[in-house]
Design a protein around this ligand. Structure first.
Ligand code: IVH
Length: 676
């Protein structure tokens, strides 16, 4: 293919990819499958790898994250990035309005837009001729930090506008202001993953989003579920609509994500009515808000009203009451999770926070209690935000009476008494006993749940009964249950027993992905189980995979890879697998495995590695290449098949270019290995 048509194909692919990316991440309505999307990406990568000169910073392939920086460059904003004055109640809001009317009588006829005040991190996105060229944090309002490389990894940030070629043509220069944040459910899933892999969970979505955006290593930012909502045009306004309401639509048309929870109000009375609906709406939003923002709709009027200090007069934030209260910490109870992780929970003197009575809060882990010096009997500051489980911010040291007790973490499991363990480098404390009743209950609950074996009618009550009666000692025992045994349980009649047995029987046909998920391996959820089932046809194949091999699968990091291989090596689990096999719970997928060949996928190829790679050490990558049948040599020659280059690659890279040897990066190599 000649270089012009190749360039055209690259253009077409990028446009198509960004269009589908926008449908998925912004509109939440994809029109192609993930596999089709992956194919488009793979094709673009293939071309870019063969023709590095065609790579541009706006290419969707660059969303994986650029090499780490040592610090952020400072950026002077084109003008002051204004803040907002606060109102705390309706009275404040009316006073604001009346002040404005006195200043300018046009305000009397003004209409307004009411928007959620997203609790995230403010960013300014600069576009030149439709290309995303710079992203900055607000900083002190005058000077911010250049976080362009990190923002490129945020899928909701358009790299080129309009995303849809049929959209409006943006002005030559456009600066859009928005908030980077995390959906509560993504935040919780991130924390679950961290806890499952023995790492420290985060406190709240806002700080996590802020911390993630300010990572020096963009590849790390790329792994965080950050997203964006845009709400303002800072520069380029001359060519944009004359009202805020139309501006929001204009931003949407350009391809920016814009909140749907916005209201148009004809006058201040409507603003007040709408603001009253927010007490309830607040909890229904999938992200955290700390108030609402009321803006004069007419931009001309807004501009004419000017600013007081750093606050524009024509807009105001109505802050929600803080959901922080103090109460007494009565006790600390310890919960044993499915994977044996012990988590401390606070038992509080019940207290109302924002209309909800709270009696329990999370204490995250034992280190957290020690670091914050939280003692039993302390007055503690508790925060409830959105749907997140309430958590303890810390003790009110001044309120201590001297009666408070320093908390001692348990040395043994509160459920079975086995001595607890802590793995080096991990925060979590575990109960190592795989037949611990508390774990067994959680394990069984997980095993029968909808995303796993989906055994209808087997709720927590029955799970507890089965374990208490000694009828079930591991998940495989479910398949040996008899009608007679079930009839001995309270609440069971003929019909119920038969239905349950039929449901258990039916679960034997579940596909491999569900069975892998059902096993409850630390860090392996539905999505990862699905990925694993694409690489291995059966539990036999999966159980033989080494940690190193597992790491070659995209999305599986070293901790999880190790957790998987260790799980299969444990004798108790091997015994469990044999029981499942004997019971007929042993799906074998028909199709060709991606991984059986994967072992030798690099055979016949010679590699040279140069520079610093983002995730692997030099030895680590050599081992990986060799384990897949490839050869690694030190110097580049005509016989070299690929040069794997990282940051600061030197003369070997030049040599490769000279000899026309294909240069790939770490991600490219991992893709070759995993075959997708
Ligand atoms: S308007 C001049 N709208 O809240 C325009 N700000 O206390 C001023 N924020 O850090 C900003 N959601 O970035 C506006 N829908 C929204 C907002 C919003 C969140 C942030 C803003 C600033 C803070 C002001």
């Amino acid at each position: 293919m000649d270089s012009i048509s190749l360039q055209q194909e690259v253009e077409r692919l990028r446009q198509e990819i960004e269009y589908h990316n926008h449908r998925y991440h912004v509109l939440d309505s994809p029109v192609i499958s993930d596999a089709e999307f992956d194919r488009l990406m793979a094709r673009l990568r293939e071309i870019e790898e063969a023709h590095p000169e065609l790579v541009t910073p706006e290419s969707p392939t660059q969303r994986a994250g650029a090499p780490p920086a040592s610090r952020f460059r400072k950026v002077r904003h084109p003008g002051s990035v204004l803040s907002l004055a606060n109102a705390f109640n309706e009275q404040d809001l009316r006073a604001w309005y009346e002040r404005l009317v006195r200043l300018d009588d046009r305000v009397e006829k003004a209409d307004f837009v009411v928007e959620p005040k997203i609790d995230g991190l403010t960013v300014l996105l600069h576009y030149e001729n439709g290309r995303f060229v710079l992203g900055a944090t607000r900083g002190n309002g005058e000077v911010g930090e250049d976080v362009t490389a990190n923002l490129r990894t945020v899928r909701a940030v358009p790299l080129r506008i309009p995303v849809d070629p049929k959209g409006p043509k943006p002005p030559e220069k456009l600066i859009v202001r928005g908030e980077v944040f995390m959906y509560v459910k993504d935040f919780e899933a991130l924390n679950e993953r961290l806890i499952a892999s023995g790492e420290r969970p985060y406190l709240n979505p806002r700080n996590t989003a802020a911390g993630s955006l300010r990572q020096l290593d963009p590849a790390l930012t790329a792994t965080r579920p950050l997203t964006l909502l845009a709400y303002w045009i800072v520069d380029g306004r001359a060519e944009s609509p004359h009202t805020q309401w139309e501006t929001l639509q204009y931003l949407r048309d350009l391809g920016f994500p814009v909140s749907r929870d916005v209201d148009y109000c004809r006058d201040i009375e409507e603003v007040i009515q709408v603001s009253r609906t927010w007490a309830e709406r607040r909890d229904q939003l999938p992200y955290e808000v700390d108030g609402i923002v009321i803006k004069i709709n007419d931009r001309r009027l807004y501009e004419d009203l000017g600013a007081v200090g750093k606050d524009p007069r024509g807009a105001i934030a109505l802050k929600f009451p803080a959901r922080e209260v103090t109460t007494r910490l009565n006790d600390v109870v310890v919960n044993v999770g499915r994977t044996g992780v012990l988590t401390p929970n606070a038992v509080l003197e019940p207290v109302e926070i924002g209309g909800v009575v709270v009696g329990k809060a999370t204490l995250h882990n034992f280190d957290y209690i020690a670091e914050k010096d939280i003692r039993i009997g302390d007055r503690v500051l508790v925060k409830r935000s959105g749907d997140v489980i309430p958590y303890i911010i810390g003790p009110i040291v001044e309120a201590r009476t001297g009666e408070e007790q320093v908390y001692q973490p348990p040395k043994t499991c509160p459920s079975c008494g086995t001595e607890v363990e802590r793995l080096p480098g991990e925060v979590a404390t575990y109960c190592p006993n795989t037949s611990c009743p508390a774990q067994l209950i959680r394990n069984l609950e997980h095993f029968v749940s909808r995303g796993a074996m989906d055994i209808v009618g087997l709720g927590i009550k029955i799970v507890e009964q089965l374990i208490r009666q000694g009828l079930v000692r591991d998940v495989a025992d479910l398949y040996a249950l008899t009608r007679e045994q079930l009839l001995t349980l309270e609440g069971f009649g003929e019909k119920k027993a038969e239905n349950l047995l039929a449901a258990i029987q039916a679960s034997k046909d579940r596909p491999l992905a569900r069975v892998i998920n059902a096993l409850g391996i630390r860090g392996v959820g539905e999505v990862m189980a699905e990925d694993l089932s694409k690489h291995y046809r059966s539990l036999d194949e999966l159980s033989n995979a080494s940690a190193l091999e597992l790491q070659g699968i995209s999305g599986i990091g070293p901790n999880i890879a190790l957790a998987i291989s260790e799980w299969f090596q444990r004798p108790a689990n091997q015994h469990l697998l044999e029981k499942l096999r004997a019971a007929g719970v042993w799906p074998v997928e028909e199709r060709q495995p991606a991984a059986a060949e994967q072992n030798r996928v690099l055979s016949g190829l010679t590699f040279v590695v140069t520079g610093t790679l983002p995730n692997y050490t030099r030895d680590g990558i050599k081992e990986l290449i060799q384990s897949c049948g490839g050869k690694v040599t030190d110097s580049v020659s005509k016989k070299t098949s690929y040069v794997v280059a990282g940051e600061n690659a030197g003369s070997k890279l030049d040599k490769a270019r000279e000899l026309g040897v294909t240069v790939i990066d770490e991600a490219g190599l991992l893709k070759m290995i995993s075959g997708d």
